[in-house]
Design a protein around this ligand. Sequence first.
Ligand code: FE2
Length: 289
Amino acid sequence: MVHRSHFDAQRGLSAEACAAYARDGVLVLEDFVPQAQCLALQQRARQLVAEHAPRAPGTVFSTTDQRHAQDAYFAASARGIGAFFEAGAFDAQGQLCVPLERAINKLGHALHDLDPVFHAFSHGPRLQAVAEALGLVAPQLVQSMYIFKQPGIGGEVNCHQDATYLYTAPQSVVGFWFAIEDAHRGNGCLGGLPGAHRHGLKEVFRRQSDGALRLESLQAAMPWDMDSLEWLEVRQGTLIIFNGLFPHLSEPNHSAQSRHAYTLHAVSGQATYPASNWIQPSGVPFTGF
Ligand code: FE2
């Protein structure tokens, strides 16, 4: 079972919690975020959707022009703020079939640097203390996402490792996953494979010599033992921290309840951050906590 603990500002993380994180590649800290703060982030996310969704490339159907517009929008969101639709928000004709505020899958990927509300939430001594206790040296924040997992249409996320998308040498990325609402089996909570981070990285998403971003297999034959899958049902305000090599997934949300989460990814400032990663600190430099 994944270890569940609490963060104490005076004493920091317990030795037991740190050992569990090293063993499992994941740690659950309950009651990390007060309810009022969760509600403030929800409210701000709604405002950002109203601001950004009308300009987001609209449809999941791929004429070449739409594909290019979507690729350019995705690239600009690396150090900007973009809104991305749920695939299930469109009908067979490519028309939105849910209200705009229920149609967005996520906001990303530099909320933590560019939006004042998310900036304030993402920086500070508490997160810095947690990151350092878990062995992250000179943390640099490289990515943030607000994930809506909309009722009825929230899409499935296949089993993956976050280090695939944020590669460093040596591997250093740590994910901070904040439950902004209760997350359970019914609304598509996280699931993961405790201990499987020790088997290394399966694939990497990086810019190739032709300039295109593609997934590249590093260990094609590496199996993930899905029998060891553990569901991480958590209450609002819980922080789940995981190693960039921790394989994780979530199921579709067919329930009438959304499952909002905010994620933040940090890497070590002492690791090599390659120019082939899709997110580059050009224009807007990376910041620490
Ligand atoms: Fe992930």
